[in-house]
Write a protein that binds this ligand. Structure first.
Ligand code: NAD
Ligand code: DAU
Length: 332
């Protein structure tokens, strides 16, 4: 099996490449990544170049992707602009990479009749009330709130159209909030861990009542591989691990695990349009394809993640100052 992984030098894409590398020793992996501010070639360190080939390139560039799609058996499409706060400041790169980039890949996959798996997010469904007994499922109507989630929703709709109109052999998955190693320090959990490591206080948006449904990136990878191998063509599967926590609780747990006073954090301005709650019902993936998450102890997973950032300062230090400067600009 030869797979083309777009965005494989980013957080979740790289975790997937490492996972497949370990779990499917006879597969060849080509990573296509533009190495934007979020991509990092070091995320692929330690992998044998005979099995994992890296190509620097943009998914929006039809000439770059054509031979890569032609030469693979399946495309697993992670590449995207992914940070909600950035999409509020500057939506255009999100339209370009998430919508136009997905379009170009779909066209190439159609031309060469290739298997396509599209990575999407639970944010396409909008948000839930804190006390809503219903979680997101495959039949929840789309209702995106941010420029990021609107462009991800747009990309999902393109995939559905290519399946129905052109018979593309595609599946989709919509996953909840990931955590683990290699996550950029702009994102909530690594931002707080590294603020503490640099001697500053964690930063909570608003009151911190917003709930996210946390899943370890390794469990996301096992879900995607399950769908790629056994998913029914044309179908969507939600990936989630019953990991709902509000942001204040997560910050306090990070403080506790870092040996700090759990009230030693700052409340800062809230995100415009901030989604209140995400929650995934992953029954379909569990019952139809037999998938189960492994990393269900969030406290242990967080402890390991804090340890990874402690041990890998050289990885995150170069991103940190620019990221905090960007946040200071946003706050003006
Ligand atoms: P990330 O920002 O860490 O990585 C994105 C990667 O895509 C980077 O390596 C970047 O260089 C690359 N990229 C961006 N635009 C590109 C382009 N035009 N051409 C080629 N490469 C490009 O993102 P992530 O958190 O790893 O998310 C990966 C995917 O998973 C995205 O599609 C995202 O929507 C989805 N997702 C993320 C989460 C989450 O919690 N982070 C949850 C569900 C779904
Ligand atoms: O649900 C899946 C989505 O999860 C993915 O599709 C996105 O790509 C990914 O970025 C993530 O989106 P969120 O907006 O939920 O994640 P973020 O890490 O930006 O923020 C998580 C929560 O923490 C959110 O409620 C905002 C809050 N927050 C974030 C930051 C950066 C803070 O309170 N303080 C912060 O400093």
């Amino acid at each position: 099996m030869k797979i083309l992984v777009t965005g494989g030098a980013g957080f979740i894409g790289a975790n997937f490449v490492h996972y497949v590398y370990r779990e499917r020793a006879d597969w060849q992996i080509t990573v296509l990544d533009a190495l934007t501010y979020a991509g990092n070639l070091a995320n692929l360190d330690g992998l044998d170049e005979n099995r994992v080939k890296f190509i620097k390139g943009d998914i929006c560039d039809a000439e770059t992707i054509d031979p890569l799609v032609k030469g693979c058996d399946a495309i697993v499409h992670y590449a995207a602009e992914t940070h909600v706060d950035n999409s509020v400041q500057s939506p255009w790169p999100f339209v370009q990479s998430n919508v136009v980039g997905t379009f170009q890949l779909l066209e190439a996959a159609r031309k060469y009749d290739k298997r396509f798996h599209h990575i999407s997010t639970d944010e396409v469904y909008g948000d839930l009330e804190l006390d809503d007994p219903k979680k997101f499922s495959e039949s929840t109507p789309y209702n995106p709130s941010s420029p990021y989630s609107a462009t991800k929703a747009g990309s999902d709709h393109l995939v559905y159209a290519w399946i129905r109109t052109f018979g593309l052999q595609a599946t989709l998955s919509n996953c909840s909030n990931n955590y683990g190693s290699y996550q950029h320090v702009e994102k909530f959990i690594p931002r707080q861990i590294t603020e503490i490591l640099e001697g500053r206080k964690p930063k909570l948006y608003g009151e911190g009542k917003n709930v996210r449904d946390w899943i370890h990136a390794e469990d996301h990878s096992s879900g995607v591989l399950t769908i790629l191998e056994n998913g029914k063509i044309g179908e969507t599967y939600l990936i989630g691990a019953n990991g709902e926590r509000n942001n204040k609780d997560v910050i306090q747990l990070i403080l506790k695990l870092s040996g700090k006073d759990i009230d030693d954090f700052d409340h800062i301005n809230d995100r415009p349009g901030h989604d209140l709650r995400y929650a995934i019902d992953s029954t379909k993936l569990r019952q139809e394809l037999g998938w189960t998450p492994k990393y269900t102890d969030f406290e242990q997973g967080l402890k390991d993640t804090i340890e990874w950032y402690k041990q890998n300062e050289a990885w995150w230090k170069p991103q940190k100052a620019d990221t905090e400067a960007k946040y200071r600009e946003m706050a003006k």
